[in-house]
Design a protein around this ligand. Structure first.
Ligand code: PLP
Length: 444
């Protein structure tokens, strides 16, 4: 029996009345109040304790008990709560040094902002100034942010049909194919050749090639192991920078600090947010190579934000990185990722409606199919504003009734728990999903 939505409480009523909900027709904005958190769980006002296998859109990688961050934030608020970016603070300086340490290759200098969207917009500006070119090449199945240029770089086909605030795109953004063999007409080699040819035909006007190393919200798409280094070589051959958007994949999610490292690439620019503070504070970063940093010694870096390098957020960033290190959470993501992978594969064997398992570490997903051994997606919402339920929504809703929350997107159950989880948490999540997938099996 489907659980009825409980009566709205006072907070939910106020929120519904006075807040504009994100990415939704307001009629469909009906959020449930969260009143508490414990470890990897969120607790609703009705007392439901929900195991969060989404990490809230891949944000709360440290779960909810990172005392070290709480202490660092409250101490910093008392000492120096804010100064504008022209002044120096210890948290910003130390965080920049730490980021130079954990990022791959010769990445060294960091520019701070407050969202993944801004981190990408900053990357575009830096790539354009540094190369003297203006175009950005991204891929069709991607999400890079919500404002003009970052949204224009986002290739999610579901967005194309939306309103005038989404289209037309800003000039200079072009898109190539993804290295995505399952159900695609181009194999990964052909997709790389296509991008190579695009760069050739654009005649040396492309400043940067922007990719999520392991695509997130467009359905957890795993590239072949050699894809990223080959893409890097192609970009460099055409005088374009490789920009890796690690807003989701950074900070241990794939079992390495950065997915770029996992795939043996040395990007010219990495953008990051979410896991940078475990989302205890809003902080984003654009880290560039030493060489790019040096270019700006004598050239203007024409960019700034009031909250760039906010000391409280930077203090949270340092404490977060210390927590990943001391609790060996990057290693745990790798270990738990192997266990999760084998459990998801066993689930796929039991359920004909699971078409493919994808992903690495704690960044995995299963795509549903209507027809066994073929890629036939269940009917999808063509946009995100429809309230029509799909099979994917129903599977997610049933898992939630079983007190496990998964983020669902593009016919895929995204499985991205906090890096703090144990095997017992994986077992709990798999049991909830095992039951929920009966819905998709019977809808085939
Ligand atoms: N890039 C990627 C890969 C993302 O997944 C997201 C958000 O989910 C963004 C950029 C945008 O980040 P934000 O929502 O913090 O602006």
């Amino acid at each position: 029996m489907e659980k009825q939505r409980p009566e709205r409480n006072e907070t939910e009523r106020l929120d519904r009345e006075y807040t504009l909900g994100t990415w939704t027709r307001q009629r469909d904005f009906d959020p449930t109040q969260i009143v508490d958190t414990e470890g990897p769980r969120i607790v609703t006002a009705d007392g439901d304790s929900i195991l969060d296998f989404s990490s809230q859109y891949v944000c709360t990688s440290l779960g909810y008990d990172a005392e070290r961050i709480a202490d660092a934030v409250s101490e910093q608020i008392r000492e120096v709560p804010y100064v504008s970016p022209g002044w120096s603070t210890e948290p910003r300086a130390k965080l920049s040094e730490k980021l130079a340490d954990i990022t791959p290759g010769s990445l060294k200098k960091t520019f701070y902002s407050t969202s993944g969207t801004e981190a990408n917009e900053v990357a575009f500006k830096i790539a354009r100034a540094y190369t003297g070119k203006h175009k950005i090449l991204s891929r069709y199945r991607s999400y890079h942010g919500a404002t003009a240029a970052s949204l224009s770089a986002s290739g999610d086909p579901r967005r194309v049909a939306q309103g005038p605030e989404i289209q037309p795109e800003v000039p200079g953004m072009i898109k190539g194919p993804d290295p995505y063999a399952y159900g695609s007409s181009l194999d990964p080699d052909e997709s790389l050749e296509y991008i190579d040819e695009m760069l050739e035909l654009e005649g040396g006007t492309v400043a940067g090639v922007l990719v999520e190393p392991l695509v997130g919200s467009n359905g957890v798409l795993t590239p072949p192991d050699d894809y990223l280094p080959r893409l890097q070589e192609i970009a460099r051959d055409h005088g374009a920078l490789l920009i890796c958007d690690e807003v989701m994949t950074g900070f241990g999610r794939t079992g390495e600090w950065f997915a770029s490292t996992l795939y043996d690439a040395e990007p010219d620019i990495i953008t990051m947010a979410k896991g940078l503070t475990g989302s205890y504070q809003p902080l984003a970063a654009t880290t560039v190579t030493e060489e790019i940093g040096e270019y700006f010694e004598d050239n203007l870096l024409n960019q700034g934000h009031t909250f760039s390098g906010h000391p409280v957020a930077c203090a949270a960033g340092i404490a977060a990185i210390d927590t990943y290190e001391e609790e060996e959470l990057v290693e745990n993501a790798s270990e738990m990722g192997s266990y999760l992978k084998s459990e998801l594969e066993a689930l796929a064997d039991r359920h004909p409606s699971v078409g493919e398992r994808r992903g690495v570490g704690l960044h995995q997903g299963i795509e549903l199919t209507k027809s066994e051994r073929e890629r036939v997606p269940f009917e999808e919402r063509s946009d995100k504003v429809s309230s029509k339920q799909t099979v994917l929504d129903e599977v997610g809703a049933r898992a939630l009734e079983n007190d496990v929350y998964f983020y669902t997107s593009v016919n895929t159950i995204v499985v991205t728990p906090p890096l703090t989880i144990t095997e017992a948490h994986v077992d709990e999540a798999i049991a909830a999903l095992d039951d929920a997938l009966e819905i998709s099996d019977s809808a085939m």
